[in-house]
Design a protein around this ligand. Sequence first.
Ligand SMILES: Nc1ncnc2c1ncn2[C@@H]1O[C@H](COP(=O)(O)OP(=O)(O)OP(=O)(O)O)[C@@H](O)[C@H]1O
Length: 245
Amino acid sequence: MEEKHAIEVKDLVISYQNLKKTSIKKTLLHLKRQKPDRFVAVKGISFYVREGEILGIIGKNGSGKSTTLNALAGIFSPDSGSIDLNGHSISLLSIGVGFIREMTGRENITLSGMLLGFTEEQVKAKEQEIIDFAEIGEFIDMPVRTYSSGMYSKLAFSITAILETDIMLIDEVLSVGDQKFKKKSYEKMKSLISNKDRTVVIVSHSIETLKQLCDTVMWMHEGQIKRIGDPNEVLDEYVAFMEKG
Ligand SMILES: Nc1ncnc2c1ncn2[C@@H]1O[C@H](COP(=O)(O)OP(=O)(O)OP(=O)(O)O)[C@@H](O)[C@H]1O
């Protein structure tokens, strides 16, 4: 029987508009050609993740890890290629994209939950749990523009951690909030990961975290996949490569 894929990525290409300063002459030439300079951050990668699998992504700074994760979350749309989630719900466990600053914390919980694909009733049923986990007290009925960056991050983390989706994407979220919340969010993340049905993609620079948690590790290098496979083998090779400089 064929294994069921939770994520199937084919020939994914993602580029950014190049913000490098250019001369007026170059800019005019670009305008004429109608083709702005673009920097290709992800260069045609293909991989899949099985249901229940924990995939770790490692690679040096700027290798395209976060770009890939954001594309999986639907935050960036690819230039070309495809991402098939096979009907699974997905969320990025991270620190607050998409809050509306003038809206209260409570309103942002509803909005974010609905953007993640939950109904208003489903979000309401979990609202108190999210507020309790976030530990922001009466501020929940204040506009989020009045929050400290720590409060903002704690609320964002709590929404995605409590409204559990089939696939969870984690981008080095381990450093959210103060020391106490950091510990709590790490424990919560571990318990989310330990659910055998959940598919997880985690981006991290920590060899130990990835060795402990992952079934498979993907090493990205300059926008491409250099190796994907057994965590110990891939990570040992990565460490040796990085030590060589
Ligand atoms: N908004 C942006 N505009 C232009 N270029 C960008 C943008 N975001 C990322 N890049 C570029 O795309 C490349 C990949 O970035 P990305 O953040 O995906 O790397 P990463 O592997 O997650 O790095 P790190 O380990 O430092 O978090 C980098 O060269 C980066 O400079």
